[in-house]
Write a protein that binds this ligand. Sequence first.
Ligand SMILES: NC(=O)c1ccc[n+]([C@@H]2O[C@H](COP(=O)([O-])OP(=O)(O)OC[C@H]3O[C@@H](n4cnc5c(N)ncnc54)[C@H](OP(=O)(O)O)[C@@H]3O)[C@@H](O)[C@H]2O)c1
Length: 243
Amino acid sequence: MNHKLGLIGYPLSHTFSPSYFAEKFTKLNIQNSEYLAYSIDEISKITELFSEGVTGLNVTIPYKEQVIPYLDELSDEAKEVGAVNTIKIIDGRRVGYNTDVHGFKVSLLEQLQDTVVERALILGSGGASKAVRYVLDKLGIKNDIVSRREPYLTYGELNVDIINDHKLIVNTTPLGMYPDVDKCPEIPYEALTKKHFLYDLVYNPEKTLFLRNGESAGSNVKNGSDMLMLQAEKSWEIWTDGY
Ligand SMILES: NC(=O)c1ccc[n+]([C@@H]2O[C@H](COP(=O)([O-])OP(=O)(O)OC[C@H]3O[C@@H](n4cnc5c(N)ncnc54)[C@H](OP(=O)(O)O)[C@@H]3O)[C@@H](O)[C@H]2O)c1
């Protein structure tokens, strides 16, 4: 089976997946397969890729929601989350999946180990925030989204009591991502304790300012690199299932 794979998004600078899959193909001696970066400035251009015969795609910012009208079918998870990061084209049918869900769930459970967390704050309300909320709901962890705008809890409303009540804080905003490494979400870091878990979906740099602030307070911290690998492997599993 030849796999003609790729990633769509815009802009696509410093992207991880093409080199990840190139290495994988070399290591496993997978021939006649490719994984390319397609930086498309409008989602409608995805139809050109479909006509060129791609067999699978990953989808990143800003198209995880916009891509849905171009698909024939969604997995149950992608439907419930309302965002797609993986597409498989089989017999001309385009099916959308969300493997961020798997990546976040497995890596979060590894971070929490046996600790039971009752409440979480999710910083940001974009595509990744939806996958994170879906997982937390499934795990029975009550959660509140923090956003720059209503109807959500806003950053200005956060206080020591709210941070105390939410022992898990997940950053789904791009704040602190390279090259803006001196930025971080505006939360009352002074309220963090050893009992807090901070999870940052950002993986570059390895330790964002958000995570470094958590570490200074003795909190348990984790970045997004495990999630990134887990979602990529799950996409590969979907593309190769049945071949
Ligand atoms: N590790 C992984 O596998 C993985 C997977 C998916 C995504 N990610 C990372 O997660 C981040 C978000 O991705 P996404 O797809 O959810 O992007 P997105 O749809 O653009 O959402 C990002 C959200 O962050 C908030 N935000 C954006 N700029 C902000 C700013 N200047 N100040 C405060 N909040 C801001 C916004 O929420 P409000 O408007 O509500 O404030 C926005 O909806 C990216 O850095 C991405 O690389 C990592």
